[in-house]
Design a protein around this ligand. Structure first.
Ligand code: OSB
Ligand code: MG
Length: 368
């Protein structure tokens, strides 16, 4: 017996146009896991934001595949609504990126069932997203050139990666060239509270905010740091749930949250944290994990919501790849991107190219 229900997993290796360096390492490729659900004549897609190594968080591609294939697959044999899937997977601790990949697949599926573009299905949308860029650490002259080009092409905000010991050189030279641009810095957790003097010294660069100055799992010391510096604090890595976001706001650890649906376990939790930020009158924007056109389409849909009040890290496809695995590419106009208006995430996958860049393809039958 053959089932008309299947889940195909592609492990792909897509070269980045330029290497991306953060305080935790350099990425030359986007090594993504792409999920393709086929059911009832509908093709749904999602992207797991893990990569080869556990450097942004403890998850990597292999842990995500393990969790998906051993546990999560059992919860989706009847292709449930995302809320049902979340209920069933609640007892599994952590592994949010693996959970998000499945949850987002179901969001794409159900918005396609209802023939509604995802950005309209998930809430009230402005109809466009405000776009900022995240620039990796490099020779500072190169970073300055890159910023120059980015400003010219219309980006609404520039974020640069910093690392301990390189921050003053990076930020002082950038500010010398661009005294007034909307600028932020992302440390990816390279400092501890003992580095408070360095962090105080960054106040004079007039940053919109500093993203994740203290370690990846720390919220508490950010509240302490917040009282010592004038630069607003944006949290990324430790905000892995609605409860963590609530605690961060309650103790005054965050002025802003960078929402990544992968980190939060999917779209539903992201929407909850977005609403929470609104209640607390805090800043909130959509981040990125160098996603291909598939993950990017979810991020753009979220970034277009009315409640998103700051430009995010959701650059058009061409900023990352010479060739993407989707055929329809986002274009940036005046620092904005318009989400696709076809059902679901609205991407057309270039299957031939995706197969060419796949290192593994596995088709799982969902027949029950
Ligand atoms: O900390 O926001 C981050 C990329 C990979 C891992 C972590 C981060 C990032 C980025 C890039 O900043 C955002 C993007 O352009 O996708
Ligand atoms: Mg970050």
């Amino acid at each position: 017996m053959f089932s008309n229900k299947s889940l195909t997993i592609y492990k792909i290796r897509l070269p980045l146009k330029i290497p991306f360096t953060t305080s935790f390492g350099t990425q030359h490729y986007r090594n993504a896991i792409i999920l393709h659900l086929m059911y009832n004549g509908i093709d749904a897609y999602s992207e797991c934001v893990t990569d080869e190594g556990p450097y942004y968080s403890y998850e990597d591609n292999e842990t995500a595949l393990h969790i998906i294939k051993t546990y999560l697959i059992n919860y989706i044999k009847d292709v449930p609504e995302p809320s049902k899937f979340l209920e069933r997977s609640e007892k599994i601790k952590g592994h949010n990126m693996a959970k998000a990949a499945i949850e987002m697949l179901l969001w794409d599926y159900y918005s396609k069932v209802k023939k509604i573009p995802l950005y309209k299905y998930i809430g009230e949308s402005k109809g466009y997203a405000l776009i900022g860029i995240s620039i990796g650490i490099d020779d500072v002259k190169k970073m300055i050139n890159f910023i120059h080009e980015s400003i010219k092409s219309g980006y609404r905000r520039i974020k640069v990666k910093i690392d301990k010991g390189k921050e003053i050189k990076i930020l002082s030279e950038i500010r010398e060239y661009f005294p007034d641009i909307p600028l932020s810095a992302d440390a990816n957790g390279c400092y501890t509270i003992k580095d408070i003097e360095i962090l105080k010294a960054l106040d004079k660069y007039n940053l919109l905010y500093i993203e994740q100055p203290l370690q990846h799992d720390d919220i508490i010391h950010h509240a302490k740091l917040r009282k010592e510096i004038s630069t607003p604090i944006c949290l990324d890595e430790p905000i892995t749930s609605y409860e963590k976001a609530l605690k961060a706001f309650e103790i005054g650890a965050a002025d802003i949250i960078n929402i990544k649906p992968g980190r939060l376990g999917g779209v539903y939790n992201s929407l909850k944290v977005i609403e929470l930020a609104k209640e607390f009158k805090k800043g909130v924007w959509i981040g990125g994990m160098l996603e291909t056109g598939i993950g990017r389409a979810f991020n753009i849909a979220l970034a277009s919501l009315n409640s998103i009040n700051m430009p995010g890290d959701t650059s058009p496809n061409e900023r990352y790849f010479n060739k993407d695995i989707v055929l329809n590419l986002f274009k940036m106009n005046n620092g904005t991107i318009i989400p696709y208006d076809s059902p679901g995430i609205g991407v057309n996958v270039d299957f031939e190219f995706m197969k060419n860049v796949s290192t593994r393809i596995e088709k799982l039958d969902l027949w029950v």
